[in-house]
Design a protein around this ligand. Structure first.
Ligand code: SF4
Length: 355
């Protein structure tokens, strides 16, 4: 927490230079097995007066750069849980105090999105809300239940359709790997089915990484959840992509380094085949090349070039490391890759998952 005004712990990568305005604290649901961000922290709403005071404090703090801000992000996890009139007042105040702000965006849960009607969204749009980011994760009821997401496909669909109808931009976040081996196909099919109906502006891909203290890790240890390896996740993304319509939607892997193939990134109406071709290039590699690519990408997140597997020196080094990991324990290579992936997750704010 800042000494003068509050700020939450996370925001989407695309909001790196936005003014961060905290209108609620933490997450009202907070039970998802995949999410360490707010575990152990209590949800609370903030009053309009309190938030306006924060905005005034920000204006004092950033006085020399006031006009630099062109966008604001409303925190934390589920801003749309607030009454529409309160949000309208807050957005109006942001725009009054920071005159150059043109873009105001926020996170929202599908349940809260569904509770607002078209009139609410139109009022929010008129006030200046330009984009809603929402974590649907999957279109499969079985997968949503498995991770205790607390939403149903119909919530995702109803809320999403309403946002799109209002003209507010919509970013849907999905999580490959979330069904484990048992539900991989269903996860891909059902997710594509719902996204084809919503037709959001963005589909943002967030490959699953399992926090070591999460209930999902316990399910892995007990053999109830069998996680996919990198190759299986890419194959699942291929099924999803193949079943997505060629619509004017950005399919984005490039803004999240836990996605193995960050270069798979483009519009579905113009780049779908090119993205499938890139996936097929990876799937056509030998098992050894795929493992080497995973090792290099997971060690240096953000690396996008599949040509690294043509480098003899790097391949030799990778080969030695892969053998060492495989000899160490059963499934040693995949376990090591999963442990590297957890390093990129948000840290717990408290000592344990349940606070
Ligand atoms: S994933 Fe979203 S809804 Fe689930 S606990 Fe995290 S912030 Fe809350």
């Amino acid at each position: 927490m800042n000494a003068m005004f509050e700020q939450g712990v996370i925001r989407p990568p695309s909001e790196a230079s936005s003014l961060l305005v905290r209108v609620t604290r933490n997450c009202p649901w907070n039970r998802c097995h995949i999410c360490p961000a707010y575990k152990g922290k209590k949800f609370s709403k903030r009053s309009v007066i309190e938030v306006k005071n924060d905005i005034n404090m920000m204006a004092e703090t950033y006085a020399a750069h006031l006009t630099r801000f062109t966008s604001a992000f409303l925190q934390d996890a589920d801003t749309l849980i607030l009454p529409t009139e309160e949000l309208v007042e807050i957005i109006a105040h942001i725009k009054k105090v920071f005159p150059n702000i043109e873009r105001v965006t926020t996170y929202a849960r599908a349940k809260s999105m569904k509770r607002k009607n078209l009139d609410d969204y139109q009022r929010l749009k008129e006030a200046g809300l330009t984009r809603i980011h929402t974590g649907m994760e999957s279109g499969s009821l079985k997968v949503l239940k498995l991770i205790q997401k607390g939403i149903k496909p119909e919530d995702i669909l109803t809320g999403g359709l309403r946002v799109v109808e209002s003209g507010i931009s919509l970013s849907e976040y999905i999580m490959p790997g979330l069904g484990g081996r048992a539900l991989s196909q269903e996860h891909a099919f059902e997710t594509a089915k719902i996204l084809n109906q919503i037709r959001p502006d963005f589909i943002r891909v967030r490959t699953l990484a399992i926090h070591p203290m999460s209930p999902l890790q316990r399910m892995v240890d007990e053999g109830v959840f069998v996680p996919l390896n990198d190759e299986e996740v890419v194959a699942e993304i291929r099924v999803l992509l193949e079943h997505l319509d060629q619509m004017p939607t950005h399919f984005r892997c490039g803004d999240f380094s836990l996605n193995l193939l960050m270069q798979v990134d483009g519009r579905l109406d113009t780049h779908k085949q090119a993205m499938l071709d890139e996936i097929d290039k990876y799937l056509a590699m030998s098992k050894e090349q795929k493992q080497a690519y995973s090792l290099i990408q997971r060690t240096y997140p953000g690396m996008k070039d599949m040509a690294v597997v043509q480098n003899d020196g790097l391949m030799e080094e990778a080969r030695r490391e892969i053998s060492r990991l495989e000899e160490q324990e059963e499934d040693g290579f995949n376990k090591y890759i999963r442990s590297l992936m957890t390093l990129q997750l948000p840290q717990l704010q408290t000592d344990c998952w349940d606070g």
